[in-house]
Write a protein that binds this ligand. Structure first.
Ligand SMILES: Cc1ncc(COP(=O)(O)O)c(C=O)c1O
Length: 422
């Protein structure tokens, strides 16, 4: 055989192989769940990007969570991941918990005025000026910050700042100490540091030591099979610091001490065994954004979606300039059609109809986003596309009132937390 024939043959073979290996067509129309949800959104007159919570799935997730915790710990609701008073209300009622974890000063004020019975623990240390702003904006009422608000303190310097604020305001402030149990995101890292902080708190007439917070999400980020080792290491550190503090405080160890740990990714690791904390925090797992598609949360179901209308449909893919669109759709049958959506570029992944793809060549847009799909996807303008948020805390705040989906219809609208106090 001639050399040229060989080269041509090899090239044709490679092309043929490439053709065989090209992506398979995967698109489909909405499954019945999303068709019904679309009908509910239409019936409610919605016609803009909207955050939807499926209330029945949310409640199922609360039951799953409480089943794991099984009365062995208190449950603390992570409010930043469920950023709406009505959403929190639903979870508080379903779980029977009044313990909330908050991370943002304006939201603490909103919770304090709405839930006089709440027990609030900060999930991160706040600049002392933010704490001051809380008291400035606090409108009084049943909520008693001196008993029900636990500030998180991470260093002796911050203890000194809060001590000064508490003295100036002539207020009693509850002080919870942040422990580093392996995450290395700050908090106490040595006995000396812990003892220095306890000594300062003890010396202050206005600060009351109320417990520890030791967050350990790193435990599920380590190589598979190591999680239990890392969990046990984190718990040994937690136990150690409790031992040191109890040794120092003796009788003064608080009766109603708060010993907080856990988060959505880890809370199921404490189903069995003896652990030093007395409460577990979790929030995201109740709405389950895609970042929480984890083996440790396999039994919790997605309960939140972004729904947005289709504005335009094209039966081709066209890209301005050197038009590689036809080649893209020839190569990938999941790029045969083009849809433009109302808004886009959220921290979210397309969920339904299945098989929708972003197009990096065309680019992303927060105004009208291009999505490509196969010929099996028969969306028309005004139909709905659904995404799953990758996380809840920031994404949920971008759509105005949450649309609550229940028994086939949009039953309520839940305002989200406001940046400014009401
Ligand atoms: C201190 C603390 N505890 C718990 C959580 C868990 O929150 P979620 O359950 O929403 O992941 C977080 C999340 O950032 C956190 O910072």
């Amino acid at each position: 055989m001639k050399r040229r024939t060989l080269i041509v043959g090899a090239a044709a073979g490679a092309l043929g192989l490439g053709w065989v290996l090209r992506p398979r067509e995967g698109g489909a129309d909405h499954a019945p769940y999303f068709l019904q949800l679309s009908a509910a959104l239409d019936e409610a007159g919605l016609a803009k990007p909207s955050l939807v919570i499926d209330r029945e799935r949310l409640l199922e997730n609360v039951r799953t969570l409480m089943g794991h915790i099984d009365g062995r710990f208190h449950y603390r609701i992570v409010a930043k991941s469920l950023p709406s008073l009505q959403l929190l209300d639903t979870v508080m009622q379903a779980s029977g918990s009044n313990r909330l974890m908050l991370f943002h000063q304006p939201f603490i004020n909103q919770v304090a005025s709405r839930y006089p019975q709440a027990d609030v623990l900060l999930g991160k240390p706040m600049p002392v000026a933010a704490a001051h702003n809380f008291y400035r904006q606090f409108g009084g009422g049943g909520f008693q910050p001196q008993r029900q608000l636990r500030w998180l303190l991470d260093t002796p310097e911050r203890v000194a700042q809060y001590d000064e604020l508490a003295r100036n305001l002539d207020h009693v402030m509850q002080a919870c100490i942040e422990l580093d149990v392996g995450l290395h995101r700050g908090g106490v890292r040595s006995d000396e540091q812990l003892l220095a902080m306890l000594e300062m708190i003890e010396a202050s007439p206005n600060l009351h030591f109320c417990g520890f917070m030791g967050y350990e999400p790193h435990v599920v980020k380590v190589p598979i099979g190591e999680a239990i080792t890392y969990r046990d290491r984190a718990m040994d550190l937690y136990r150690h610091y409790i031992h040191v503090a109890r040794g120092y405080l003796g009788e003064r160890w608080p009766q109603d001490v708060v010993l907080n740990a856990g988060g959505s990714p880890t809370y199921q690791l404490y189903d069995r065994g003896d652990f030093p904390m007395n409460e577990l925090a979790a929030g995201s797992c109740l709405v389950k954004p895609t970042d929480f598609d984890l083996p440790t949360l396999a039994d919790q179901v997605p309960a939140s979606y972004i729904a947005t209308p289709v504005l335009k449909r094209l039966d081709s893919l066209e890209i301005p300039g050197i038009d590689l669109g036809p080649i893209q759709s020839l190569w990938n049958p999941n790029r045969a059609r083009t849809f433009f959506t109302y808004g886009g570029y959220w921290k979210a992944k397309p969920e339904s109809p299945p098989g929708l793809l972003n197009n990096a060549l065309f680019g992303r847009s927060t105004n009208q986003e291009m999505l490509n799909g196969s010929r099996n996807i028969n969306l028309e303008p005004d139909d709905w596309i659904f995404f799953r948020p990758t996380q809840s805390e920031f994404v949920f705040l971008q759509f105005g009132d949450i649309a609550v989906y229940e028994q086939g219809r949009i039953s309520q609208r839940w305002p989200v937390f406001a940046e400014q106090p009401a």
